[in-house]
Design a protein. Structure first.
Length: 458
C-alpha cells in the first residue's frame, strides 16, 4: 500500500460519502413489515454496490425472511480468504420527535453524519466495499481473497442466518471472518473485542391457587405465588454475589496473564462508572474487578417480574400466579442448553411447597473467544496502529452476538471484530451518527489489514 491508494481515496471521498448517504436513505427497517419493499430495494442496492466495486458472482440470495447478499473476489492464489460480514437492516427510527433531523435524510454536521444506520451498520459495512473498490482501481488485484455475506435481519436476531451458514458453508468458507459492527473504545483509541459472552434466557412461571384470593379471608392460610417466586429468585445468588446454581461455574477459567495484562491498560475507572450510573456502590461476585465481572464472568439476572394486581391503587388479593424472565450471560465453555437445564433443576429443587413451577427455555447463544495472540488478531492490531498511531487495546465484550460463534464453529474460521464506531454514537437511539474521520481511517485500516493477512499462510 502506498500513496497511490491514499490519493485515490482523497480524490473520491466526496463521491463515497454521497454513495453512503444514498444507502442510508433507504429505510431498511427489518422489524416492520411495512418496510418489506425497502428491504428488497436495499438488498439490491448493496448487490449493485458490490458489483461496481469489483466483486464477482454477486447474488441476492433469498431466505424465509429478508435476502442475504453474497459476493466474492478469489484471484489471490495461495493467499488467505477473508469473509466480510455486515448487515443492511436498521432499527426503527421512533421516537421521531427526538431526532434533530430526518432519520432517513442524512445530514452532515462537522465531521459527523447523522442518520439511522449511519454507524449501525451501513457506515461501517460500506468501509469494506470502498476498500475493495479503492484497491482494485489502484492496483488491479487484491492481496487476499475476499467474500461478502451481508444480511438483512441482524436487528431481529438473525433468525435465518445460522441455517444459511450451515447450508452454504462451502460457498462461505474462509480463514477469517471480519466484522465491523461496533465501536472502538474511545475517540482516537483503537481496540479489538476478542471475546463475547453467550446468552441463555428463560421464563419461570409459578402457579398457586386456581384463582386470586381475598387476602382477608385466605391470608396466612394459603401460598402466595409472588412470595414463592421471590424465594426462588433470591436463591440464585449467595451473600458474596456468586451464582448459587450447582455446576454453574464448571470448567470456567479465570483471566490468563495475557488477558490480565491487556485489561490493566484499559481506561476503566470504577468510581466514574458508579457515579455515572447514579449508584452508591457497584455490586457483583467477590474477588473480581468490575471489568472482569461484566465481561469474563457468567451471570444470572432477573430482567422482569409479573404478578398480582398492576393497576392504580391497591387490590388486596393473594395472587394465584407470578412469573419472571431470566437472562444468563455465559462464558466458555458454558453451553446454553446445559445452563438452562441446571437452572431448571435448581428452580425445581428450591420451589416452596404448595405451588407448581415451570421453566420455559427461550433465548440461546454460545460465547466466543479468539485468543489475543492469534495471528488474525495481531494483524488487526498492527493495522490499527498504522492508521491511528496508537497500539490497539484488547477488550472482552459483555454482550452477545450469537452468530459470531456460528461463523467460527461452522466455517472453522477465526472471527475478528474490528469496529470503527464510537461508544457515544447513539446506535439504536435518536440522533444516531457516525464520525466520518473513522470512515476514512476505516478504509485505510482495512486495506492495511489485508496486507498484513497476505503475509500469513492460507
Amino acid at each position: 500500500m502506498d500513496n497511490k491508494l491514499l490519493t485515490y481515496l482523497a480524490e473520491h471521498r466526496d463521491e463515497h460519502i454521497e454513495q453512503l448517504k444514498n444507502l442510508i436513505r433507504i429505510p431498511s427497517v427489518s422489524a416492520l413489515s411495512k418496510h418489506k419493499d425497502d428491504m428488497h430495494a436495499c438488498s439490491q442496492w448493496m448487490a449493485d454496490s458490490l458489483t461496481k466495486a469489483g466483486l464477482e458472482k454477486v447474488e441476492v440470495m433469498q431466505t424465509p425472511g429478508h435476502p442475504i447478499i453474497y459476493g466474492e473476489w478469489l484471484h489471490a492464489e495461495g493467499k488467505p480468504t477473508i469473509l466480510v460480514y455486515g448487515h443492511y437492516d436498521v432499527q426503527p427510527a421512533e421516537p421521531l420527535e427526538l431526532w434533530n433531523s430526518d432519520p432517513f435524510e442524512p445530514e452532515t454536521r462537522g465531521d459527523k453524519l447523522y442518520a439511522r444506520g449511519a454507524t449501525d451498520d451501513k457506515g461501517q459495512l460500506f468501509i469494506h466495499v470502498k476498500a475493495v473498490e479503492a484497491w482494485l482501481q489502484t492496483y488491479g488485484t487484491l492481496p487476499v481473497n475476499i467474500k461478502f455475506c451481508i444480511e438483512g435481519e441482524e436487528e431481529i436476531t438473525s433468525p435465518n442466518l445460522a441455517p444459511f451458514i450451515e447450508q452454504y458453508q462451502d460457498k462461505l468458507s474462509a480463514d477469517i471472518v471480519l466484522i465491523s459492527d461496533g465501536p472502538i473504545i474511545a475517540e482516537g483509541q483503537p481496540s479489538i473485542e476478542y471475546g463475547l459472552r453467550g446468552m441463555a434466557g428463560c421464563e419461570i412461571k409459578v402457579q398457586a391457587s386456581n384463582t386470586d384470593l381475598h387476602s382477608g379471608l385466605f391470608g396466612g392460610g394459603v401460598p402466595n405465588a409472588i412470595h414463592a417466586l421471590s424465594d426462588i429468585l433470591s436463591s440464585f445468588h449467595n451473600a458474596n454475589g456468586a451464582v448459587a446454581i450447582d455446576g454453574f461455574y464448571d470448567g470456567i477459567a479465570p483471566f490468563t496473564e495475557q488477558e490480565r495484562e491487556a485489561s490493566s491498560k484499559l481506561p476503566i475507572n470504577e468510581d466514574q462508572i458508579r457515579q455515572g450510573l447514579g449508584l452508591s456502590s457497584l455490586y457483583g461476585e467477590e474477588g473480581y474487578s468490575y471489568y472482569e465481572r461484566t465481561t469474563s464472568r457468567p451471570t444470572v439476572e432477573v430482567t422482569s417480574v409479573t404478578g398480582g394486581f398492576q393497576g392504580e391503587g391497591i387490590k388486596p388479593i393473594i395472587p394465584s400466579k407470578a412469573s419472571a424472565k431470566i437472562a444468563c450471560r455465559l462464558v466458555p465453555p458454558q453451553v446454553p442448553s446445559d445452563i438452562l437445564d441446571k437452572l431448571e433443576a435448581h428452580v425445581i429443587k428450591v420451589c416452596p411447597v404448595g405451588v407448581t413451577v415451570t421453566v420455559d427455555k427461550l433465548l440461546r447463544g454460545n460465547p466466543y473467544i479468539t485468543p489475543i495472540d492469534h495471528p488474525a488478531i495481531q494483524a488487526a492490531s498492527e493495522a490499527y496502529e498504522y492508521t491511528y498511531s496508537k497500539p490497539a487495546l484488547y477488550t472482552r465484550g459483555g454482550g452477545s452476538i450469537p452468530i459470531v460463534e456460528v461463523f467460527s464453529r461452522v466455517l472453522g474460521a477465526a472471527v475478528v471484530l474490528m469496529g470503527f464506531g464510537l461508544p457515544d454514537e447513539n446506535l439504536h437511539a435518536p440522533n444516531e451518527h457516525f464520525d466520518l474521520r473513522n470512515f476514512d481511517k476505516g478504509i485505510v485500516t482495512t486495506c492495511k489489514y489485508w496486507e498484513n493477512i497476505a503475509s500469513l499462510k492460507a
